[in-house]
Write a protein that binds this ligand. Structure first.
Ligand SMILES: NC(=O)C1=CN([C@@H]2O[C@H](COP(=O)(O)OP(=O)(O)OC[C@H]3O[C@@H](n4cnc5c(N)ncnc54)[C@H](OP(=O)(O)O)[C@@H]3O)[C@@H](O)[C@H]2O)C=CC1
Ligand SMILES: O=C(O)[C@@H]1CCC=N1
Length: 282
């Protein structure tokens, strides 16, 4: 009989693609006690395979079929541009094994995955949109289940992604592009803000090390307040903004530059790009 891992799972997971997102998810899983012996990764780049094996003790393979053979859960973590070909190569194995298929690819729909994975058998497909803080267990994942996903598979998907942080189920698949734009890509927006604040601090005369420490802890402190306190963002912001003070001077400058509209346009562009990735890679 198969013994459960400390995280409670007896499933073998095959990651197809061992790049940035897979690495973050694998790091989160292993850190939370998932048996690395039950994690397989298919990745064509030898140096990435070696790093995954060394850092996390997972089994690595050059070819996707070898990783998938016998695995009960597949996590597709290749770029949207190659997903069609990857799935078509795996279709015979998918039809024979009927695994739970999870895809983290931006834009690519459950219907496309079902079509490319071929055959008459309807597969249980879950679209998952995690983000890279998964590496530290501090991520968030939006999840959407196709009609063929049963309650047990839904629970298994939640457990799998819970190793990466919190999970949010979405009922309407069309909203997955907005999830991607807000939280999938979101860490990059925060890093961009960190870069801009660091540069601006240095321009005002701060030593780089001091600017880095100030920016890092400010972002962490503000995010912790958002997460732990009941008060919404506008209330927290008001408490920093003394009338006629320094914060007001900065906020007025942001507003004059169209900050809110700019964020709206950026997230709309990312949402639109998700739809394009689906259409252009069909
Ligand atoms: N990075 C992020 O923050 C997030 C990414 N995603 C999604 O995750 C997916 C992967 O993104 P990311 O990790 O950033 O991309 P990466 O390019 O870092 O990783 C993808 C990896 O898959 C490899 N690959 C290509 N073809 C195959 C194949 N046939 N079998 C196995 N592996 C293959 C690539 O190798 P090679 O380079 O040689 O092609 C590459 O190493 C994308 O679909 C993206 O939309 C979702 C949420 C967040
Ligand atoms: O930039 C991208 O397309 C991927 C999806 C979300 C984060 N990275």
């Amino acid at each position: 009989m198969t013994e459960p891992t400390p995280s409670g799972s007896t499933d073998t997971i095959a990651f197809i693609g061992g790049g940035n997102m897979a690495r973050s998810l694998i790091g989160g899983l292993v850190a939370r006690g998932h048996d690395p012996g039950r994690i397989r990764v298919a990745e064509p780049v030898e140096s990435l395979r070696a790093a995954l094996a060394t850092d996390f003790g997972v089994q690595t393979f050059e070819h996707a079929r070898d990783a998938c053979d016998g695995a009960t859960q597949w996590l597709l973590a290749v770029k949207p541009q190659v997903m069609r070909q990857v799935c078509m190569d795996l279709a015979p194995v998918a039809q024979a094994q009927s695994p739970l298929v999870l895809s983290v690819a931006a834009g690519i729909t459950a219907g496309q995955l079902q079509r490319w994975l071929g055959g008459s058998r309807e597969l249980a497909i879950v679209r998952a949109m995690p983000n890279t803080p998964a590496l530290l267990g501090a991520g968030v994942t939006g999840l959407f289940a196709s009609a063929a996903v049963d309650a047990t598979q839904r629970k298994a998907s939640t457990q799998l992604l819970a190793a990466a942080g919190t999970t949010v189920w979405i009922d309407d698949e069309a909203q997955m592009d907005a999830v991607t734009a807000v939280s999938g890509s979101g860490p990059a927006y925060v890093f961009l803000l960190a870069e801009a604040m660091q540069q601006a601090g240095e321009s005002q005369g701060l030593p780089p090390q001091a600017a880095r420490a100030l920016v890092q802890q400010t972002l962490l402190g503000a995010a912790t307040m958002l997460a732990r306190l009941e008060d919404p963002a506008p209330v927290l912001r008001a408490r920093v903004t003394s009338p006629g003070g320094t914060t007001q001077a900065a906020i007025e400058t942001f507003e004059a530059g169209g900050f809110q509209e700019l964020v709206g346009r950026a997230i709309a562009a990312a949402t639109h790009r998700g739809r394009e990735l689906s259409a252009t890679n069909d």
